[in-house]
Design a binder for this molecule. Structure first.
Ligand SMILES: Cc1ncc(COP(=O)(O)O)c(C=O)c1O
Length: 465
């Protein structure tokens, strides 16, 4: 490869690399994606020599920041010591990681490893179905999720995903997945206001269970804070109400912590914000801060016990993943959690997050195009509208223009994509948990500038893209 002129990387990219969520037609007109070649702390470096502040941590996953030698060393050492062994047998790093996770998840102390958030959720669905079958209720198979929720790219996880644009054209999706409404107060699906609403969004889950028949419902899956659907923070008592409803009908509660886990929202796990007891917890992204692919599904004693029996009973979990619990992934995840612990990054996410939210709210308070700034910890959504009482969502073109402007000013900001047609109007900030005050000031300044520059609401000085 070394005799090939490095300039051709861009050509190869355009010719051969199919990118996710990307319209490749634009490549033909010279608009290539950022080519990132390195990273340190909260910054990434591009091939054309720019240093960018990554206010989205890659895909909301590089929680400990880039360039951590401890993680690289742990991976390298494990590669040499034992590069691979499957978990049909056992190896030390997977045992240690399972025990570490169990120490943080006392209600779900049994851990099954896989490789991505989608897979962790597929595992969760298969486990709850087999659980009910082995508890003598084989008809309890349906999974209830919520509008705007995202649970992954595989067909089952996509069926659970409540994003119409993301699901379009991939059907028929597996049956047995039902969607309830989102706890989306800014755009309440019932046109009510909290708390007078009586948490109709949680009660909607009850209605779905009753309509379907409780004897047919296996589990409800929720993100504690809906991530890719628009950083939707539910009312504080919503999840407790939902957990009580689920328990009343003998349905399992799966908490998808793929984004919210490992300090992202100011707690080790997002569900801790709301004081509920999950039956199943799914983990990925921040588990190894994106340094290696690793995911996990953690379950309660009650669920695990339903899989016990004689060797020939067939009650074991009949599922395998070649790479699940890979020794290198487990070693890096352990090193990652050690960094989170040593540097108290969960507490830091909470305090830095409070500042970021307050500074952003202050900085954009006079901009009618900002409908709402919401979030928890270092996970923030900024809902962009047309400035009218109707709260019409900003168009995809406006959202892309905001992102482009911020990028030109040195800050990578994220946004909702392919959730619902022309309702992808939430900017997303999820910086590494190590972000400093001055870096956050830069983010706030650039976000404001980008909004002002692209503001097309009547009477504004900005330019419509
Ligand atoms: C809440 C949630 N669950 C699951 C997934 C799927 O994870 P992966 O992309 O690792 O399959 C994602 C991905 O963004 C997610 O946001």
């Amino acid at each position: 490869m070394s005799d090939v002129p490095p300039r051709s990387l861009e050509d190869w990219d355009a010719a051969h690399l199919w990118h996710p969520l990307t319209q490749h037609e634009s490549f033909r007109h010279g608009s290539l994606p950022l080519l990132v070649v390195g990273g340190r702390h909260s910054h990434v470096f591009t091939r054309d020599g720019r240093t960018l502040l990554d206010a989205v941590s890659g895909l909301w996953c590089v929680n400990v920041g880039y360039g951590r030698k401890e993680l690289a060393d742990a991976g390298a050492q494990q590669l040499y010591e034992l590069a691979y062994y499957p978990l049909t047998m056992s190896h030390p790093r997977a045992i240690e990681l399972a025990a570490k996770l169990a120490s943080y998840l006392p209600q779900t102390p049994h851990v099954f490893f896989s490789n991505s958030g989608s897979e962790a959720n597929e595992v969760a669905f298969k486990i709850v179905r087999q659980y009910w079958a082995q508890r003598g209720k084989p008809h309890k198979v349906k999974i209830i999720s919520r509008a705007r929720g995202y649970h992954g790219n595989t067909l089952g996880a996509l069926a659970a995903t409540g994003q119409s644009e993301r699901r379009r054209d991939y059907g028929p999706l597996p049956p047995g997945f039902i969607h309830a409404t989102a706890p989306y107060c800014y755009r309440c699906p019932f046109a009510l206001s909290y708390p007078a609403c009586g948490l109709q969004c949680a009660e909607d889950v009850r209605r779905r269970i009753e309509i379907e028949g409780p004897d047919t419902v296996a589990a409800v899956i929720v993100e504690p804070i809906t991530a890719g659907g628009g950083v939707i923070v539910p009312p504080t008592d919503y999840l407790q109400r939902l957990a009580a409803i689920v328990k009343e009908y003998d349905v399992k509660l799966i908490i998808d912590e793929v984004v919210t886990g490992f300090g992202r929202v100011g707690r080790m796990f997002g569900y801790e914000l709301f004081g509920v007891r999950p039956d199943v917890v799914t983990l990925a992204k921040g588990l190894a801060s994106g340094y290696v692919p690793v995911a996990a599904t953690a379950v309660s004693d009650d669920i695990f016990d339903a899989f016990l029996g004689d060797a020939d009973s067939g009650r074991h979990f009949r599922h395998i993943s070649t790479f699940g619990g890979h020794p290198v992934a487990a070693a890096v995840a352990l090193a990652n959690i050690a960094v989170i612990e040593t540097e108290a990054l969960v507490a830091r996410s909470e305090t830095q997050g409070q500042k970021l939210l307050a500074w952003l709210r202050e900085a954009v308070a006079d901009l009618p195009m900002v409908g709402e700034v919401r979030g928890h910890g270092l996970f923030v959504g900024i809902e962009i509208v047309d400035g009218s009482d109707a709260k019409r969502p900003a168009s995809n073109r406006v959202m892309q223009a905001i992102q482009r402007y911020a990028l030109a000013r040195g800050v990578i900001v994220g946004k909702t994509t392919d959730v619902e047609i022309e309702r992808n109007n939430v900017l997303i900030l999820a910086p590494p948990l190590i972000i400093t005050d001055s870096e956050m000031e830069q983010v706030v300044e650039v976000v404001r500038e980008s909004l002002v520059a692209t503001d097309s609401t009547p009477g504004s000085a900005g330019q419509s893209p």
